[in-house]
Design a protein around this ligand. Sequence first.
Ligand SMILES: Cc1cc2nc3c(=O)[nH]c(=O)nc-3n(C[C@H](O)[C@H](O)[C@H](O)COP(=O)(O)OP(=O)(O)OC[C@H]3O[C@@H](n4cnc5c(N)ncnc54)[C@H](O)[C@@H]3O)c2cc1C
Length: 508
Amino acid sequence: MRTSAIEHFDVLIVGAGLSGIGAGCRVQTRCAGKSYAILEARDDIGGTWDLFRYPGIRSDSDMFTLGYPFRPWKDAKAIADGPAILKYVKDTAREFGVDSHIRFRQRVVGARWTSEDARWLVEVESGAEGARVQYTCNFLYGCTGYYRYDAGYAPSFPGAANFGGRFIHPQHWPEDLDYAGKRVVVIGSGATAVTLVPAMAETAAHVTMLQRSPSYILSVPAVDHIAERLRRFLPEGLAHRILRWKNILVSTVLYQLSRRRPEFMKGLFRKIAVGNLPAGYDVDTHFKPKYEPWDQRLCLVPDSDLFKAIRGGRASVATGEIETFTECGIRLRSGEEIEADIIVSATGLRMLALGGVKLTVDGAAVEPGRTFIYKGAMLGNIPNFAFCVGYTNASWTLRADLSSTFVCRLLNHMKRGGYRVCRPVCDPAGLEERPLLGLNSGYVLRAAADLPKQASEKPWIMRQNYILDMITMKLGRLNDGVLKFEKKLPATQAEMQEKVSTAYSGND
Ligand SMILES: Cc1cc2nc3c(=O)[nH]c(=O)nc-3n(C[C@H](O)[C@H](O)[C@H](O)COP(=O)(O)OP(=O)(O)OC[C@H]3O[C@@H](n4cnc5c(N)ncnc54)[C@H](O)[C@@H]3O)c2cc1C
């Protein structure tokens, strides 16, 4: 077998979702002259916002912070529908010319770093057949999101085979599903469930949200009226910046209050629920969570849509444990039977570290679960590698964009200093291991062992605070004594080509 010519890039970005497109824009505008490509496993841009097609799919954070700081969000709705977000991501890619750098159907499966060559050799399954292709790059940047695309999380429900209706996971929404006039049960109480219930209730006969235990729910206006007013007399860019900062401050205050004054916030959430539900409604059973505010992600509902559907009698909430699926629906341990034509398992995602890319450094396999995260963007002892992870307590993009601007700073610093290699040097023995994400949601706990870790001291802390992170990532010294730079010359492309050809010659 002969290997075809290996393409080389200064930077390879993995993933063309919200983060990967943002990263492309940043590299393009801040690192003039760097060659880059975005390798995307799917055949379109958008990641999450292209994959999920369930009714009502929308953001649960505002678009002034979920959107990019460098491209104003102009729509009236600040809590936006999935298709509008997808269009925004695609338009951004087109406007910045990033779209022409994307290689679709390129699933990165592995990347091998050799110190001798000072390069990554990136292994890719290409096209529909998954043919093996290699690329090389000086710097690898994973913008792969945080969950598996092939399957969501669905627990095995007792008696599931008995159910005579349709059983659906929101990650694979069937295009042909007609739920008008049907009885629907949505299992779950997270962001997806609270989105699906009012959306389906518009035409379904009835929708029941079946939850084991409740979540904190906060109603926010879908349209930000301050935005409407500001946009009338301020230039778009300035209005976007002001609105972005307003929402960063509001979400920071909300989070800090939740952590420092949980009883006050619990009272507030209860008041919101009581005010929105019919008199005499059993708020404590259905809307009083067992955990503290922000132990799990807060669920936002636009314009009280969930509460309105309940008030209107089109939707209801059942709280209890499933005993079994039956032919006609679900029986709870309490004995209550809920009849259904359709059951939707809004039970969450399966988290995946680094998009499943297997990294090796000088022949040694990297176990993501045994690495420490550096400034929330790199991994201890892994050279020329960064990855993008967003906030759990605020919009993902706030942190994703900080990672991308940090990567650009790093690349420019290396260029100026003539450095070829950078590596956060880490002695794991001296660090106190903590889970990466400070949430106790099921999907986070299920994956915690496989995710990189944070520690209790800087720069190995994964903070959930945009303002502090902004200072560290944009202004903090790069020569901090942890990040080590080397001037080693990388291998030439001819040398890399020769090595790969030799490695494959045994297969001739
Ligand atoms: C239904 C839903 C709603 C959400 N709503 C919000 C919200 O309102 N606010 C918020 O802050 N967050 C929200 N999130 C989190 C959301 O995922 C992020 O906001 C954001 O979309 C993540 O963007 P991303 O580009 O990092 O990841 P993704 O959107 O997951 O995109 C990752 C891309 O990388 C590609 N990829 C992955 N692995 C590989 C590989 N090995 N090789 C090649 N390509 C690869 C994928 O195909 C995909 O295109 C939501 C998540 C879901 C599932």
